[in-house]
Ligand binder design. Structure first.
Ligand code: 6R9
Length: 663
């Protein structure tokens, strides 16, 4: 985008944009169906967000909705106090204690699915909270979780919330090194992990990876190990390592008084990729975040307590935090968690789950939808999906073809689709249609939610005309926003605000949040997100920093220099392309290629694995020595190469292109 080459497919998708009205049957029962909400929120800002806070139970009422005296360090619902686990559990016990809170579907190896009623979940959260206290966890100490999709992950998060200990969940697919980096950055002295998990029918060891990570942590850590494979006892438990089951059993029947947290107290940290190699510790708070995810779960996902709601994301990412755990449980619904992959034991895994549990909503990612499309409609056709009422997507742009396939083959043309744009940093959804109010336009996420001021601007910060590409900005604060980057206020300002704000001003109007996405807006205020404009790539909806991958590759013995870019990929959206220069004395070989791949696996994890490793004697550089990433992207995409005359070494581009295309 910054480099100016319009994406042909995106152009096409805007040109022939169609509209779909929300189905009447949906509108009649929608949580939000009054179009007046947009004006109402605008006129009544920021008090409009009181309604979101009212979805929660507060121990102490807040006295100020928004304190904007020190932008961009905004505070929401100040003076109020609450506990997130009380809001997700205790308050539902009277009316919904026997209803299912978490429906967990394990990989079909032993049919060991588990249902937790609110009563049962509440009990186990209390017992584990007491167990964490036994280990010495105190309020405000960060507890790290390195776990796959097992119920104990949600339990551990809620147990932390109960005792006011912020959690930091590290995706289980990340490497041992990635775990160590995050534990060191957060100074986290506690880890909850597990023995292993199932993936495509096979047990996958996990504790070994956690132990390897622990070896790289620069302080003492107490570790709790959950038994998923039934062989914790086979594991060597080191010093300061405890069996989850023992801790819970020792605290049977425990009642842990929920700690009253100030609205602005940290609920959790989540590390995410940015432009530099160092992951960013995004800080979310208790009052603002929980209000935001509860309100959007209700208004956008249309969740009602009696629903069975299915989000196929992993809790290791923000989508799982906001829309598997906190939002749905705060509303007292049944939320599903599944272990495994959509194609095992067969390519109808999700449809099988939806049919069996009669799910009302499905929230998934475009990369999954593209895979479903490729596998064909015969898989969903084998199942009764008529329980579905609403479909959602998140993580990357969805093209109209995939949108229509989803609409027709999964929704039976009777479910609205919400294409939700948001980020780890925004806490919850920002740009999407309200499904009971707005028409849908495939390929466009929709207008900004009520109460949000989203504008598409040019490089100077001026609002651009409808139809022109620009940069997405958020011009007013909102309750779910990140509060800072952990222990790094300066980087917080630098990364998100500096671009378009008058950073000397203390007037909120002079502060503009920049999420680093490009976008277009149409005459109706519908926003089409074009993708990242920084050095972040989006592989299967996962955010990866190219610098992180490059530094992993240059860490490999024999590698002198590396450049990583994203290239288009049918299913993943983007795939990692690595261009590598070897040191003298090292030769291009399959073994060298494997070492590069292993280097990435070790430093980050298999999700960041390069699709292609291209050895080259040189990288295309400008005369000032800057790597021309755009050219490398063009090569990865097989695109016509633009002007190379400003390069210091124009011939190198053709050589690399020949290598990639293989002719
Ligand atoms: C929730 C989540 C955030 C980045 C974001 C953008 C991309 C997310 C999107 C979308 C187009 C959508 N993104 N949703 N792009 N349409 N509906 O994914 O958070 O992992 O932090 O990624 O994902 O580029 O900036 P996160």
């Amino acid at each position: 985008m910054t480099d100016g080459d319009p994406d042909v497919e995106l152009e096409a998708r805007l040109a022939e944009q169609e509209r779909f009205e929300p189905p009447e049957s949906f509108v009649e029962q929608a949580n939000v169906s009054d179009a007046g909400i947009y004006d109402e929120f605008e006129e009544n800002w920021p008090e409009c967000w009181e309604g979101a806070a009212d979805l929660l139970d507060w121990d102490e009422d807040y006295d100020t909705v928004l304190d904007d005296s020190n932008p961009p360090f905004y505070e929401w619902f100040t003076g109020g106090s609450l506990n997130a686990s009380t809001n997700c559990l205790d308050r539902h016990l009277d009316e919904r204690g026997d209803e299912v809170a978490i429906e967990w579907v394990g990989e079909p190896v032993e049919e060991d699915n588990r249902s937790y009623t609110y009563e049962e979940l509440h009990r186990e959260v209390n017992e584990f909270a007491a167990g964490l206290r036994d280990l010495g966890v105190e309020e405000d100490e960060v507890v790290t979780m390195y776990m796959p999709m097992v119920p104990e992950l949600a339990i551990a998060m809620l147990a932390c919330a109960r005792i006011g200990a912020p959690h930091s969940v590290v995706f289980a697919g990340f490497s041992a090194d990635a775990l160590a980096t995050r534990m060191n950055a957060a100074d986290s002295e506690y880890l909850v992990t597990c023995d292993g998990y199932y993936r495509r029918g096979d047990p996958l060891p996990h504790k070994e990876k956690a132990d390897e990570g622990l070896a790289g942590v620069d302080h003492d850590v107490q570790t709790v190990v959950v038994d998923r494979l039934g062989d914790v006892s086979d594991h060597e438990m080191g010093e300061n390592q405890y069996d989850y089951a023992d801790l819970v059993a020792e605290n049977e029947g425990a009642d842990v008084e929920p700690v009253q947290r100030d609205a602005e107290d940290m609920l959790f940290l989540m590390y995410t990729s940015g432009t530099t190699g160092e992951p960013k510790g995004v800080k979310h708070t208790t009052g603002g975040y929980l209000s935001w995810v509860s309100w959007t779960s209700q208004a956008v996902l249309d969740i009602k307590p009696e629903d069975t709601y299915f989000c196929s994301a992993d809790i290791g990412w923000i989508t799982g935090h906001s829309y598997i755990v906190y939002g749905p449980l705060a509303l007292g619904t049944t939320t599903m968690m599944y272990e495994g992959t959509p194609d095992y034991p067969d390519k109808d895994r999700l449809w099988d789950i939806i049919e069996e549990y009669e799910a009302d909503q499905l929230y998934t990612a475009p990369t999954a939808i593209r895979a479903f499309m490729k596998w064909g409609s015969s898989y969903p056709e084998k199942h009764d999906l008529s329980s579905l009422r609403l479909l959602g997507t998140v993580g990357e742009p969805i093209n109209p073809r995939a949108w229509k396939w989803y609409y027709k083959h999964i929704g039976g043309e009777e479910c609205p689709i919400v294409d939700t744009w948001w980020q780890t940093e925004t806490g919850g959804m920002m740009v999407t249609t309200l499904p009971g109010v707005k028409d849908m336009k495939p390929g466009s996420a929709g207008p900004a939610l009520p109460g949000l001021d989203v504008q598409i601007v040019d490089t100077k910060g001026e609002t651009v005309e409808p139809g022109r590409a620009g940069y997405l900005t958020v011009q007013k604060p909102w309750p779910g926003m990140l509060r800072t980057l952990y222990n790094n206020d300066e980087r917080y300002i630098e990364e998100y605000w500096a671009e378009y704000s008058d950073t000397d001003s203390d007037d909120t109007d002079d502060w503009v949040y920049f999420p680093e996405d490009g976008a277009k807006i149409d005459e109706d205020g519908y926003i089409t997100v074009l993708g990242r404009v920084d050095d972040v790539i989006n592989v299967s909806g996962h955010r990866l920093g190219t610098m992180e991958i490059e530094s992993a590759i240059v860490g490999v013995e024999g590698v002198a220099e590396a450049a990583v870019v994203g290239g288009n990929h049918d299913v993943k959206g983007e795939a990692v392309y690595a261009y590598v220069i070897l040191e003298d004395g090292y030769e291009e070989s399959d073994e060298m290629r494997q070492r590069v791949v292993d280097g990435v696996d070790d430093a980050i994890g298999p999700i960041a694995r390069p699709e292609q490793v291209v050895f080259t004697p040189e990288l295309p550089k400008t005369r000032s020595g800057k790597i021309m990433r755009r050219l490398l992207e063009d090569i990865a995409n097989g695109d016509e190469l633009g002007n190379t005359s400003t390069l210091r070494n124009p011939d190198v581009v053709k050589d690399i292109a020949t290598k990639v295309s293989g002719d």
